[in-house]
Design a protein around this ligand. Structure first.
Ligand code: FES
Ligand code: MG
Length: 591
């Protein structure tokens, strides 16, 4: 090949083909040549495409990517690139203790380090389970290398005795039946396991389906990527197409900074409301936006998203699961309907190399029972409310899951529509909740609001999905399936509970929830988006002055690093110092 390089196009050539430093080039080459690669491949002027592998035995939701890898690599080869797969720290939503959320920033951090420190020119981000998707997008945003997201896809629909059994939703329902004594432990386990009939991620519109819809709405994947069920042939096909496409993106230098614009985030917020998406989307999108250097605020979710109608009839806000959603057209069909109503920024650039509007040409709902039209939606005003008051600067409420029963019981008092005054019951965490929820001395009735604190980013750590607390068994037996609940943690994206969550700042750092006491009167006012403890100012200030933060117990070094660097959920729960780093792939590391 001689010692002069014809063209210096890609950053990987700094490693593999740098005539100014033959010593290092030889060192890099000899070790990468001892696996499947040849000199011709590594010095032939082709881009090296990293494939960030999130699937493993520890990450069953993303395990499909292990089997899709041949197709991804074939696409990269046929596109003219050289694929190099590398592992990502596993983040399994239901398996990782104390929380998977704790590890989102760890996976982010390690991805940034890999993209910065290795000979990679572009990357395929394999996504799926809840936190894997934002972690990958956050890392790509910081690195700012050409990047494309590939979902593994939802599992097939689950069924139990002729009824759809959705991920998560079957758990909440079965817990109630167990509480009411209508099923036993074995049936409880069988019902829940029936919701997971194949490889793939959660088949409901929980956080996994939501975040992959967000990746697509942001323009970071091929059109139609997110909804294809994991075992379908279309999933294999789009894995191949995604591999092929990333190579062209590298040639075109189409980077996350070209795609992740303010318009893209506004599109995502609108889509999240229309799909009945997870309350985990706001912190994740906030984190992606901050790493991309885009200004977004938690209040944008109400101002941009609240008046968007719910179009998707999928659990937990509706009845269907992933297979039906895919057949009805998936995310592009939803966006096609939103586009007709003028709710989509059409010029937002996407991974296809075209504006979002062009991608959506020809897309509309294929089944209006599953994906409604804008003018005949499931419900109007389906976005999030962003509440504030003396208990928190911000907290979210997902209005698309407010049931008629809940509306009637708590929010329809004559003369004070959408206002609810009640007695606070305060729990110090999930253990305290489980210990005391059935304690008759608490006198919990339907004029109570359940609060949980110490479960935010610093408190838990990682912010736990525990805010959707079930009422005491005695109330459930009377047919009261939900009480209003509030907390500084999160709730599962599959929950149908209209909780008030992600309260920021959290109590352990001195947020208002810290000063609330059981028995305090609390007022929720959805007309004005406020929630306040009705405690007089002098008393409130006295409690504040007397407050000492609870003791924090770190169990691992990462927990301590995380707690010392993390921000609040309203700000994305980012490693705060990491938001100062942008376009790090451009700043080549030393040999
Ligand atoms: Fe992994 Fe739902 S638990 S996708
Ligand atoms: Mg979850």
């Amino acid at each position: 090949m001689g010692n002069t390089r014809a063209n210096k196009t890609f950053r990987s050539q700094e490693w593999f083909d740098n005539p100014n430093n033959p010593g290092m080039t030889a060192l890099y080459l000899e070790r990468y040549l001892n696996q499947e690669f040849t000199r011709e491949e590594l010095q032939g002027g082709k881009p090296i495409i990293g494939v960030a592998q999130t699937g493993s035995d520890l990450s069953p939701c993303n395990k499909i990517h292990v089997f899709l890898m041949d197709r991804i690599k074939a696409g990269i080869r046929d596109g003219g690139g050289i694929p190099m797969e590398f592992p990502v720290h596993p983040i399994q939503e239901t398996g990782k203790r104390p929380t998977a959320a704790l590890d989102r920033n760890l996976a982010y951090l390690t991805l940034v380090e890999v993209l910065h420190g290795y000979p990679i020119d572009g990357v395929v981000l394999t996504t799926g389970c809840d936190k894997t998707t934002p972690a990958m997008l956050m890392g790509a945003a910081t690195a700012d290398l050409p990047a494309i997201a590939l979902n593994g896809g939802p599992m097939l629909d689950g069924w139990w005795k002729g009824e759809r059994a959705g991920s998560g939703t079957i758990v909440w329902e079965s817990r109630r039946l167990l509480g009411e004594g209508k099923i036993d432990y074995d049936e409880f386990i069988s019902r829940v396991c029936a919701s997971a009939p194949s490889l793939g991620h959660c088949n409901t519109m929980g956080t996994a389906s939501t975040m992959n819809a967000m990746a697509e709405a942001l323009g970071m994947s091929l059109t139609g990527n997110s909804a294809i069920p994991a075992p379908f042939r279309e999933r294999m096909a789009i894995a191949y197409e995604t591999g092929k496409r990333i190579v062209q993106m590298v040639h075109d230098d189409l980077k996350p900074s070209d795609i992740l614009t303010r318009e893209a985030f506004e599109n995502a917020i609108v889509v999240n409301a229309a799909i009945g998406g997870s309350t985990n989307a706001p912190p994740h999108l906030q984190a992606i936006a901050r790493h991309a250097g885009v200004k977004l605020d938690v209040t944008d979710w109400e101002t941009i998203g609240f008046d968007v109608p719910l179009l998707v009839n999928m659990q937990p806000a509706g009845e269907y699961l992933g297979e039906s959603f895919f057949r009805a057209g998936g995310v592009p069909a939803v966006m096609g309907e939103l586009r007709k109503a003028g709710r989509i920024h059409e010029s937002a650039m996407t991974a296809t190399g075209q504006g979002m509007g062009k991608n959506l040409d020809g897309w509309a709902s294929e089944d209006t029972d599953v994906i409604k039209t804008y003018d005949a939606p499931m419900r109007v005003n389906a976005g999030f409310k962003v509440l504030s008051g003396n208990l928190f600067d911000s907290a979210l409420m997902k209005t698309s899951v407010i049931s008629a029963d809940f509306q009637q019981r708590f929010l329809s008092k004559p003369g004070s529509e959408n206002v609810f005054e009640a007695r606070a019951i305060v729990f110090e965490g999930p253990e305290d909740y489980h210990d005391r929820i059935n304690d008759p001395d608490l006198g919990i009735d339907e004029n109570c609001i359940l609060f949980i604190r110490n479960v935010g980013c610093v408190g838990y750590p990682g912010s736990a999905e525990v805010v959707n607390m079930q009422p005491p068994d005695a109330l459930i037996q009377q047919g009261i399936h939900h009480l209003p609940t509030v907390g500084d943690g999160r709730q599962s994206g599959t929950s149908e509970s209209p909780s008030i969550l992600n309260a920021s700042p959290e109590s352990v750092v001195g947020g208002g929830l810290a000063y609330l006491e059981t028995g305090d009167a609390v007022r929720l006012d959805l007309n004005n988006s406020t929630m306040n403890a009705l405690v007089d100012d002098a008393e409130w200030e006295a409690r504040k002055a007397a407050w000492t933060p609870p003791e924090i117990h770190n169990q691992t070094p990462w927990q301590e690093i995380y707690r010392n660097t993390v921000g609040q959920l309203a700000d994305g729960g980012c490693i705060e110092l990491a938001t100062n780093y942008h376009k790090v792939a451009k700043d080549l590391p030393r040999d």
